[in-house]
Design a protein around this ligand. Structure first.
Ligand SMILES: [Zn+2]
Length: 182
């Protein structure tokens, strides 16, 4: 029996960054961008708000780039405060690195297992797809998706009844597959 599961975002992740006003370590996206053009040089920021005090911080999206080198479609989306663009940019490793942030995905995703009918089969192969790069332990997903405790997942792994090419106890954020025999 082959099953397809998906790890899907349910809302935007929080942003790990220290607030200079109150020492909180989480910001949330404001949904707004700021674009500043001076002659032919363009800067753009994603505005984020401290979850505790509401202080605004700016995450650099474009830094001193020539306006002609920016795709018109991207400029339109920045000017329109496109919500999809916020989600895309937050997950962009380049933007994360440039702004020295990373993301807090706690309570911002769910596991979609489709129809709950697989428990009757002796062997199931499950393909897990990540709709965003959300760091999760496969163990936790398998426990949740198969209705098992973490201890049962560990036992099945030890007994060789739960097999995967990835390490099930480590965090991953990309697609993987596993086989469960009962
Ligand atoms: Zn603050």
């Amino acid at each position: 029996m082959l099953k397809n599961w998906a790890v899907v975002p349910t809302c935007l992740p929080l942003i790990r960054r220290r607030c200079h006003a109150c020492a909180s370590e989480r910001f949330r996206a404001s949904g707004k961008f700021r674009v500043n053009a001076h002659h032919k040089i363009l800067d753009a920021w994603l505005l984020v708000l401290c979850t505790d005090c509401g202080e605004t911080a700016k995450l650099a999206v474009l830094e001193r780039v020539n306006v002609r080198s920016v795709r018109p479609e991207l400029l339109d989306r920045l000017h329109d405060n496109d919500p999809g663009l916020t989600a895309e940019l937050l997950q962009d490793p380049l933007l994360q690195h440039r702004n020295r942030i990373d993301l807090d995905w706690d309570n911002a995703w769910r596991l979609d297992t489709g129809e709950p009918d697989h428990l009757d089969y002796e062997v199931i192969d499950v393909s897990v797809r990540f709709a965003a790069r959300i760091p999760v332990r496969p163990e936790r997903l398998i426990a949740e998706g198969c209705g098992l405790s973490r201890a049962e997942v560990e036992r099945l792994t030890t007994e060789g009844k739960l097999v995967s090419a990835v390490r099930l106890s480590g965090k991953i954020s990309g697609d993987f597959t596993f086989t469960l025999k009962r």
